[in-house]
Write a protein that binds this ligand. Structure first.
Ligand code: SF4
Length: 282
């Protein structure tokens, strides 16, 4: 059985930067050090940070002293202001490509735009981005929802969560343009997401099974698995090597592996090694 790794897989610039900053903070700052939610959505990375003494909290209200790390997904501006008002040291690891969407929305709302934001409303990144202009930003996830978005006569714009599916965004943009001909389209899907999705499709066409390594609460990993499933006959999402089921590989000769932008190399290597061992044991 041959195993192929996608041309682009695993850590992106934003994730690597956030983890490096968090590790530096854990080793240099006096305790207590907290992180708001998860630094990135990967179980192994989260456990590693906890082992370095960084405690995860769901709200700034839980923290009265010390340092608060803001995750790579960002946070609402008022959350950061509240932490500063409480006298906490804030270490902001928000990915610059998420901050870029915040800047686009700030600029557009100054000129009276209504914002349509394609994304998962419960995801930390989307909550933070919407909070930039909550009264004029409308979050939606599905094509059908466009029909029930408010009537807008003035300027409008479409932006996207950084980890959405590129093809789907294009379909959404077309429908938004039909309903709101004046809408400006901003493809804010990040380069890392685009490259990983394109590479997964390229590889998926050449194999019988695609394995995506990533945690189930990782938006970009889930999207990657969905994208791979459009071309590979079978596509699975696993958090680590232990989740591989040997039965998936019966009669298979070519396996593709990809990984979300928040997946460490050690987990990707572990998955590849286990697939090879399954192949050798047949
Ligand atoms: S996936 Fe994109 S937006 Fe998210 S951290 Fe990586 S580079 Fe930044």
């Amino acid at each position: 059985m041959k195993v192929f790794l996608a041309e682009y897989a695993g850590f992106c610039m934003g994730v690597q930067r956030a983890i490096d900053l968090a590790h530096k903070t854990a080793s240099e700052e006096a305790a207590p050090v907290f992180v708001l939610h998860e630094i990135v959505h990967n179980n192994s990375v989260v456990s590693d940070l906890a082992a370095r003494g960084v405690k995860s909290v769901d709200s700034v209200d839980e923290v009265d002293e010390g340092t608060l790390i803001i995750s790579a997904h960002g946070a609402a501006p008022e959350v950061i202001e509240k932490a500063q008002t409480k006298g906490l040291k804030v270490v902001d690891t928000t990915c610059p490509l998420v901050s870029k969407i915040d800047r686009i929305i700030t600029r557009l709302t100054r000129s009276g735009h209504t914002i349509f934001l394609l994304g998962d409303k419960d995801h930390a990144e989307v909550k933070g981005v919407k909070a930039v202009a909550p009264d004029v930003t409308h979050v939606f996830r599905f094509l059908e929802e466009i029909d029930s978005l408010p009537q807008v006569e003035g300027p409008a714009a479409l932006v996207s969560q950084t980890t959405q599916n590129i093809k789907f965004f294009e379909e959404v943009a077309e429908k938004i343009k039909r309903r709101y001909p004046q809408a400006e389209i901003y493809n804010t899907i990040c380069d890392a997401t685009e490259k990983r999705q394109t590479a997964a499709i390229d590889l998926g066409r050449q194999v019988e099974i695609m394995i995506t390594v990533g945690s189930r609460n990782s938006a970009n990993s889930k999207r990657l698995q969905e994208v791979a499933a459009t071309v590979a006959p079978r596509s699975y999402l696993v958090d680590n090597a232990q989740e591989l089921d040997p039965k998936w590989f019966a009669g298979v000769s070519r396996v593709g592996v990809t990984a979300g932008a928040s997946t460490p190399d050690v987990l990707i290597d572990g998955v590849i090694e286990r697939i090879k061992r399954i192949g050798e044991g047949r």
